[in-house]
Design a protein around this ligand. Sequence first.
Ligand code: SF4
Length: 289
Amino acid sequence: MASRFNCEIDPDSGFCHGVVRAVDKAEEFLSGGGRLFSLGAMVHNTAEIARLAGKGLVTIDLDGLRQLGSGDTVLIRAHGEPPATYELARSIGVNLIDCTCPVVLKLQRDIAQAWRSASASGGTVVIFGKKGHAEVNGLVGQTGGEAIVIENLDEIDRLDFSRHIELFSQTTRDPAEYEALKEALLERTSDITIHDTICRQVFGRHRKLAAFAAGHDVILFVSGHDSSNGKVLFELCRQHNPKTYWVEDPKSLRPEWLSGAASIGITGATSTPRWQLEAVAARCKLYNP
Ligand code: SF4
């Protein structure tokens, strides 16, 4: 049985700046009545994608891009794209609305520059990130596909420590894991340049989210299951509050999760829209006797 409880939406949750900017630009274009193609899902959130699809957004992949023509408009999402995608878009002649997050754009440029100097002197670029993730593909593309991507500490044995290393991180990686990786690499080599490239918004979020999770009896974590940032933040919540539950849809909320709790905290990934957090809060109210 559920008990009477307070319900609080994390004031720091909701879309990050990069995603807000991309969604705003998409909605601005769609308000003109045109059709807009998004290269890849704009956010890793099925409900938000469905909402935007209702306004005329069509999600496509690279094969879909090849089918378009010069009158079509394509949105590049906040994760960014490798140079090859821009070349393809140019060759087809589509209009681009480039919503690459400014933070990601700077990271792409820094990696391209580091790669130019490292490769000229026999060095290498290493990216701490998720292989195949859109942002990481865009980053690796700055090095002509030569950067080495490592996902965890176990993979550092793959690196050639006789070469200079330029180390970068995907913007949404766990800051604590990046610290551990840096320390492990510094034990193996001094010939390394470390770039702190976790997004400041993500960095600050981790610290505040840990306190938010610890400050409530139960945490409802709202996110699509394919959000890599969602997985990282969910685990962070669980470390600080074992009663953390993943909610993809308000209907999946189970009343027994709320049993005996006096305070419920509702939070989510950087790809979780505010309206979805509010929908989960409204659902909780149904179980507040
Ligand atoms: S997490 Fe940071 S870097 Fe990534 S899209 Fe959002 S604001 Fe940009």
